[in-house]
Write a protein that binds this ligand. Structure first.
Ligand SMILES: [Zn+2]
Length: 449
């Protein structure tokens, strides 16, 4: 047995991850042509939808031709599922070939199912291993998977870590005390959670006399489900608490539990472009938005055969960078700025909860917890921000409220109607997915396709 430290390769799949842009475009064009043809001939929904729009896979010759094809969204997905239970009219294989389904509940409470064939599932886990590797996970790591296993598409992601060779602890969503016990006894090096929960768990550990930075071995925290992982101040706070590096991650129940992940540059998330194609559109006009500008992210699967997703409007607002990354990877980097549903339009300016978080987490006299309430006043949207003072704050609440208000004005261009500063530990603590926005507006605008 050798005690030498093993040197691992930098990339999981160097040729694929560093494929020059023209080659990537060529690969996507070929895959998409096959995928559109497959969807048209095997799915009842796509045959009808393409015919109705007067397009056929024959019309697709280059990537920009995708714009001729109709969009889909969550509503279409739900309707098509209800038309033909269990798996719906978008299905492009027989149920016999489906081996796995994940579900997302959505706002109406009707769960939409995302079906996978054996090949789809293997592709999903192969991408997962690649994304984990880019975050620095290696076979020497002990990985604790603290995500929900019940129907959640992030549940099986643990298999990607296992296939990579890491020692995997299938924790699931368990009470914090039990999770802390695992972290203390098994000394895992990597954990996956939401940013809110990473903060909550570290805080809980401290209250129990465990210092996450010294008493635990966690050196990497993978986060998903909220924008915090890409907000520098939030990331810094979690990193300091744990003495670990935070890697942001993006998955989507409707497509894959492994769509995009951060690399060591922490500048956007590399999208698995051999499986998913991204477009950016103006949510109102549905016209393409130039790279670098903000728009709604639209994804198209390139291989997923159980249920192809062609031009799926995610409702996520973000921007993209197609230039090669300093890490050497060429796959497009996506930046998620917020949910369209959570976007407030205040005096013509787009305001996201993530903008408020950016400000709140940068003010040391605050605890970092916050809540936003949207209201209607004189037929226009206004917002109230509630924050908490830090445990050791000596500044007056009035002064703090002014600081928050003017920094929000600097960041987003509009001031909140009011900033309320509460005592430490009085706002509700989020355990998993934090709900930061309370919408008390009488009417809300929704975009339709
Ligand atoms: Zn990179």
């Amino acid at each position: 047995m050798t005690t030498e430290k093993k040197e691992y390769k930098k990339f999981w799949d160097e040729a694929l991850e560093t494929l020059p842009r023209p080659e990537l475009d060529k690969l996507q064009t070929r895959l998409l042509k096959e995928h559109l043809t497959f969807a048209y001939h095997h799915s009842v929904y796509y045959k009808e939808a393409f015919d109705q729009a007067g397009v056929s896979p024959e019309d697709f010759k280059e990537l920009s031709d995708l714009r001729k094809f109709p969009f889909i969204n969550k509503q279409v997905e739900r309707e098509q599922q209800q038309k033909k239970p269990l798996l719906g009219n978008m299905l492009a294989v027989s149920e016999e070939e489906v081996v796995f389904v994940s579900a997302s509940s959505g706002s109406t409470g009707v769960p939409t199912l995302s079906p996978f064939t054996k090949q789809d599932f293997d592709d999903f886990q192969s991408v997962e291993s690649r994304l984990f590797w880019a975050m620095g996970m290696r076979p020497t790591d002990r990985y604790v998977h603290a995500l929900n296993f019940s129907l959640f598409v992030g549940g099986p992601d643990v298999i990607g870590a296992q296939n990579l060779g890491a020692l995997c602890i299938w924790a699931g969503s368990i009470p914090s005390d039990r999770l802390l016990f695992i972290l203390k006894e098994f000394q895992p090096t990597v954990i996956w959670t939401t940013p809110s929960y990473a903060w909550y768990l570290g805080d809980t550990a401290k209250k129990q006399g465990i210092d996450p930075a010294k008493d635990l071995a966690i050196n990497k925290i993978i986060v998903a489900g909220e924008s915090g992982g890409s907000i520098p101040a939030t990331r810094d706070a979690i990193e300091k608490l744990w003495d670990a590096t935070v890697y942001d991650f993006f998955g989507l129940s409707d497509i894959f539990g492994a769509c995009a992940g951060a690399c060591d540059e922490h500048n956007g998330l590399h999208l698995a472009e051999d499986n998913i194609l991204v477009e950016l559109i103006n949510p109102e006009t549905k016209e393409p938005v130039p790279d670098g500008e903000q728009g709604e992210l639209v994804f198209t699967t390139l291989k997923k055969s159980a249920r192809p997703m062609i031009r799926f409007r995610t409702g996520d607002i973000g921007h993209i960078d197609r230039r090669p990354c300093a890490c050497g990877r060429t796959h497009t980097r996506i930046y998620i700025d917020g949910r369209l549903d959570d976007m407030l339009i205040v005096s013509g300016v787009n305001v996201f909860p993530s903008d408020i978080e950016y400000v709140v987490r940068n003010i040391p006299q605050l605890s970092g917890e916050y809540q936003i309430t949207a209201i209607t006043e004189n037929f226009s949207t206004k917002f109230i921000v509630e924050v908490e003072q830090a445990i050791n704050n000596i500044e007056s609440k009035e002064v703090l409220a002014d600081i928050v208000s003017s920094q929000i004005k600097t960041r987003v261009g509009v001031k909140p109607k009011k900033v309320v500063v509460h005592d430490y530990d009085t706002l509700p603590r989020a355990t998993h997915k934090a709900k930061r926005l309370i919408d008390n507006r009488k009417t809300s605008f929704t975009y339709t396709i």
